[in-house]
Design a binder for this molecule. Sequence first.
Ligand SMILES: C[S@@+](CC[C@H](N)C(=O)[O-])C[C@H]1O[C@@H](n2cnc3c(N)ncnc32)[C@H](O)[C@@H]1O
Length: 293
Amino acid sequence: MTSSLRSLIGDSNRYLKALSLFKERTTCYQNTYDFIDNQLPDIMASNLNGKSHLNIIGVGSGSGEIDIRILSMLRLKYPLMSVDNEVVEPNPQQIHDYKELVSQTPGLDYIKWKWNNMTVQDFEKDWKEKERTKKFDFIHMFEMLYYVKDRGATISFFQSLLKKNGKLFISLLAGDSGWGKLDKTYGNRFREPEVSTVFIDEIKQYLDSKGGSYQSYLLTSQTDITECFIEGNEEGELMLDFLTEVLNFSKSAPPDLKAGVLELLHHPDCSVESNGKIIFNYYSEVIVVDQLT
Ligand SMILES: C[S@@+](CC[C@H](N)C(=O)[O-])C[C@H]1O[C@@H](n2cnc3c(N)ncnc32)[C@H](O)[C@@H]1O
């Protein structure tokens, strides 16, 4: 890592500001909602049909938009089903915002909530200390495994919590997308060498090595990054922080790194220009993992 650089995630306020700007500028949430509305019901049908109660965990749920979309879809498809929904989220502000969203969303009174304001590592420790034995129909972790070191152990732990026919959903960026290219080219300068990022490809390799079965669904996304190319533009700087995961990237990166990152982001491998806007293209995959056999 270039010594002047610090991680964005270490500054919770700026991380949340950057995440919120990203949510405004990306199609990734809408694409995930489309996946939840149009594909998830069929994927889950064999597991859900005939049930009157579901146990669910959302891991790294953030402010809950995706969780609420899933729960609302389930309500629509299975109006008589009750749900125990656990949330694992370490950031107190995110938990607060999630609870606000719950209070503003009508028709969620069929859900019993359990809020775990802790990291996934602490959740696993707590689970084992309390010798909990509950099993789950559906566990999801959307865009959160980046923040976990031993991803294999985390996946195995959550697989062990699945009921028979239960499903674990993992979504992450794909390594050969624009974001992956950025990371492969400059990641070693963004982060300490021992902190590696992860793409969905690595998770699939891990599952293949364990002989685990999974299905995979592609979600292509676009983000307007035009402001990143306007010198001194505050939102552009915030977006660059989010893309690189470096705090105050524009002000703290050495000139050669900043120039290289901007050039790569502008390159047709990563972006297209359309109507005067620079649109960053990338894709994520959702993989649906079965219980360990
Ligand atoms: C990119 S956000 C994704 C939020 C949400 N799943 C979504 O897709 O909108 C990543 C989330 O993971 C949470 N997170 C970070 N480290 C974590 C950890 N060690 N255990 C669990 N969650 C973590 C962050 O607080 C954040 O809410």
